[in-house]
Design a protein around this ligand. Structure first.
Ligand code: COA
Length: 254
């Protein structure tokens, strides 16, 4: 069986590479199934952060048009990328898309399911589905406006045009731009984050995610409980004690 996804673990971080460079890492059902399975396995092994990238010159040029062309509506629904992308969005660890070259359509939607997008300066981002007579179908019409606002999302989706990394940075679609390797950049970004106590990071991510999908009052109530629960952890006592004793804390992740 052909393997489309390569995986590596380094310094407690999981690296996942989409490996189909001959078609600019276009995503078909087999790629998505393998991606989902390998990310699950990585997370079960206890990695503290996840970095997703593309092999070769590009992140991913979208869903595989050759596979989609003959599909019926029923096949499209049963082959949706949504379950995989929602699984990634709901992971408790910080997630990063490290983007080289094109991140288009389902490729950009994969990046949108991550917490952060780190782009090479050559990156081109877009949702060109409109040019094929369809719309983004794996979260693009939902996650993009939440991230960059209605008008900018409508501009990208209605025009199908690509934006470069500088534009993406100024719109808040990407979080870092680098002239060197975006995986390395994402890696140093991740390292800064995962030095912090694991349970506080999990709680922060969950509270932010809950808040985005609920009313302010519901979000505040969730936050208050999550905040209070952290006072049952070793790392809260240690963090505050170390501050008072003017020393470096020794966190244990519990
Ligand atoms: N699905 C299937 N195959 C794709 C693909 C996709 N989304 N994107 C690129 N490919 C294939 C091309 O068909 C080509 O295959 P070939 O060598 O067998 O002809 C190969 O990848 C290289 O692509 P090519 O178009 O020759 O490269 P380019 O540099 O001229 O253009 C893009 C790059 C990204 C602008 C162009 O490939 C493109 O528009 N791709 C489709 C993007 C898209 O609409 N994505 C959303 C899908 S819903």
């Amino acid at each position: 069986m052909q393997e489309y996804i390569s995986v590596e673990i380094k310094e407690s971080m999981g690296f996942v590479y989409i490996n189909r460079p001959e078609v600019l890492n276009a995503l078909n059902r087999s790629v998505i199934d393998e991606l989902w399975q390998k990310i699950k396995t990585l997370c079960d092994s206890g990695v503290r952060a996840l970095i997703i990238a593309g092999m070769g010159k590009h992140f991913a040029a979208g869903a595989d048009i050759d596979e989609m062309l003959p599909q019926t509506p029923f096949q499209v629904l049963s082959h949706s990328f949504n379950d995989c992308y929602s699984f990634i969005e709901n992971l408790s660890i910080p997630t990063f898309a490290a983007i080289n070259g094109y991140a288009l359509g389902g490729g950009l939607e994969l990046a949108l399911a991550c917490d952060f997008r780190v782009c090479h300066s050559n990156a081109k981002l877009g949702l060109p589905e409109i040019k094929l007579g369809i719309i983004p179908g794996a979260g693009g019409t939902q996650r993009l406006p939440r991230l960059i606002g209605l008008s900018r999302a409508k501009e990208m989706i209605f025009s199908g045009e690509f934006i470069d990394s500088a534009q993406a940075l100024s719109w808040g679609l990407c979080d870092r731009v680098t002239d060197s390797c975006p995986v390395e950049e994402a890696c140093s970004f991740a390292k800064k984050i995962i030095q912090h106590p694991k349970l506080a990071l999990i709680s922060a991510k969950k509270a932010i995610q809950m808040g985005v999908d609920s009313s302010l009052q519901e979000g505040l109530e969730y936050e208050a409980v999550a905040f209070a629960m952290l006072f049952s952890t070793h790392d809260q006592k240690e963090g505050m004690k170390a501050f008072m004793e003017k020393r470096r804390p020794e966190f244990k992740g519990c």
